[in-house]
Ligand binder design. Sequence first.
Ligand code: NDP
Length: 252
Amino acid sequence: TGRPLDGRVAVVTGASSGMGAATARRLAELGAAVAVVARRREKLEALAADIASRGGQVLSLPVDVTDRAAVHTAAGQVANTLGPADLVFNNAGVQLISAIDELKVDDWQRQIDLNVTGVMNVIAAFLPHLTAAAEGGKPADLINTSSIAATRILEKYSIYSGTKAYISHLTRLIRVELGPKNVRVSAIEPGMVDTELPNHVTDPDASDMMAGLLRDIECLRDTDIAETVAFITALPRHVNISELTILPTAQA
Ligand code: NDP
């Protein structure tokens, strides 16, 4: 009669807004203790206060995931405060769109630093937690946020799509190593979700495309992604949803 995630210890990166915030809320509702990670401290504190007011156990970690040492320290704080993590939603990411010949190399680097290096920093810091949890007989989940951009050919999306293709294929490869150790490894590939993601986009064509989708069709909500992560993680331990594409029904 308990809740599906009672006793689980979750880490959610990119938890100060969008999919991460909604997922942190949902995992806590379902019984998990949740560590929330992002840079904006005030947003995290407000989220943590909200989760705690509903009876959830929560740890706020204002950390930049591109900082390897800081992520490592955060992993220690999770272990000391909540116990080792057995559910990692590796979700922080940024989308910056530009034509390749604009040579916006700073934007290229920002995406690589967060969507590739940041994702790897989180894996490095929390993998020992996940394998320990699995050895102890607990379910253990690593869920990486990719995108439909990993496979679609979207003009001007080259660097973003490249980082997401990296995440999708990385996920397939590490699953082969970690599955036999009873760590479930998943990539989720969402289509258009109504979040803060487009706010960082300066390219007018890409901004128009996303604004058009948000205007013309019913896009996914952050809570739809939260429900997806809850579904994946609450399944019996022998069931691994390895890749999951989720689209707004009306998105082509
Ligand atoms: P948001 O912009 O709302 O969320 C991004 C989150 O990442 C924020 O919480 C932000 O918080 C955090 N973040 C950014 N930089 C860092 C950093 N250096 N260290 C730690 N946290 C950081 O967008 P979404 O919720 O949409 O994005 C979540 C993920 O979903 C991303 O990986 C995105 O690529 C992916 N995605 C989104 C889709 C969409 O349509 N929205 C579709 C497919 C995939 P802060 O600024 O406080 O650090």
